[in-house]
Design a protein around this ligand. Structure first.
Ligand code: GLY
Length: 350
């Protein structure tokens, strides 16, 4: 068992290889009431109610799977259930699920009574390495992905590696896109490890090490710049284009799949603007492709440009991206013209 400390608005730990049963038992005993947010599948498969003591002090609230749960109507339902349960400031929420559930649960905790404690038990690779750590919580809206949200760190994150056993190859690979991102921006060793693992099955064998390394980078960056005034933006490598593609697909694409294409886009843009070497650009394609992740798209460019303009990373009318100078050396690409984006897009068209 290993843990990593995050210093945000308060200090908390990410515990790796911690069994969820004990966590639920301890959390339910240390608050007079706990509000569990999870999906029907997880509640049924893992018999969550069995580990809440006493069960009378717990409420299990079921949400649907996937990105569509990050919706104001679902949040409204959570607020109503919290009111019905009489959840007070000293009570806590536990989000058990993928990244959408931890983003939504964290935001429900941030907004209820102006902020109650919450704990994350991520069940997908993407949630373990990215969504559950960092304290950004939120929902989607017509305006864009994650535009409504709050910085509200969990009191603890508990990674139970057993959840990965039932994760599909598609979902595991989607999580690997975030791991690969971390490799390019900050930890080349991740890329070395993955190069010798050319199938999803073989990457699963080193999941714990990949998770530890990815969370370590994230924790370090978030601890230095919790509110994303500058440094933390490097974690958005591949995300401006990725978010646009994900939203265009009406969230049919997994976040990690859209980010995979976004990483290739950001690498190509870096090649054009700051001379990122072709061999590094090619390494993006080969690593992502090796796990069956998409590296190109045929979505029309116009709508993607509009969606990129509404992304959080743009400032005013200027489009800005995180690029790469070389391995482990991210660079801020400012004031990128639409013409250059179009030319870059042509290089990633299917
Ligand atoms: N919830 C993801 C992050 O804080 O970066």
């Amino acid at each position: 068992m290993r843990h990593i400390t995050v210093n945000a608005e308060h200090e908390y730990k990410v515990h790796i290889d911690e069994h969820f049963e004990g966590v639920l038992h301890d959390v339910s005993q240390s608050h007079s009431k706990v509000f569990i947010l999870t999906t029907q599948y997880l509640a049924d498969t893992y018999h969550i109610e069995k580990f809440l003591h006493p069960i009378d002090n717990a409420v299990i609230h079921i949400v649907s799977d996937g990105e569509h749960q990050k919706d104001i109507s679902v949040l409204e339902g959570i607020w109503q259930a919290m009111a019905q349960a009489g959840l007070t400031r000293s009570d806590a929420l536990v989000a058990i699920g993928g990244g959408a559930t931890t983003d939504l649960g964290g935001f429900a905790a941030a907004t209820w009574l102006r902020g109650i404690s919450w704990y994350a038990i991520p069940t997908t690779l993407a949630a373990m390495v990215d969504a559950s750590v960092g304290g950004k919580t939120g929902i989607n809206s017509h305006a864009g992905k994650n535009l409504i949200g709050s910085f509200h760190s969990p009191s603890g994150v508990f990674v139970d590696l057993r959840f990965l056993k039932t994760l599909s190859d598609r979902d595991f690979a989607a999580g690997l896109a975030e791991v690969i991102k971390v490799g390019f921006i900050q930890d080349e060793e991740i890329l070395n490890i993955l190069q010798s693992r050319n199938t999803v099955d073989s990457a699963r064998e080193v999941a714990e090490e990949l998770i530890f390394r990815s969370i370590s980078v994230k924790a370090d960056v978030v601890s230095q710049d919790f509110h994303e005034s500058k440094l933390r933006e490097i974690l958005n490598y591949g995300h401006t284009f990725g978010h646009a593609l994900e939203k265009y697909s009406h969230y049919e694409m997994r976040h990690g799949e859209a980010v995979a294409v976004g990483l290739v886009f950001a690498a190509e843009l870096s090649g054009k603007m700051i001379g990122l070497k072709d061999e590094i650009i090619d390494l993006h394609r080969s690593l992502l492709k090796q796990f069956g992740l998409p590296i190109s798209t045929n979505v029309p460019f116009g709508p993607l440009l509009e969606l990129m303009r509404s992304d959080k990373k743009s400032r005013g009318a200027m489009l800005r991206f995180i690029g790469l100078n070389s391995l482990e050396n991210p660079h801020w690409l400012e004031d990128v013209s639409a013409d250059l984006l179009q030319a870059t897009y042509e290089r990633i068209q299917a």
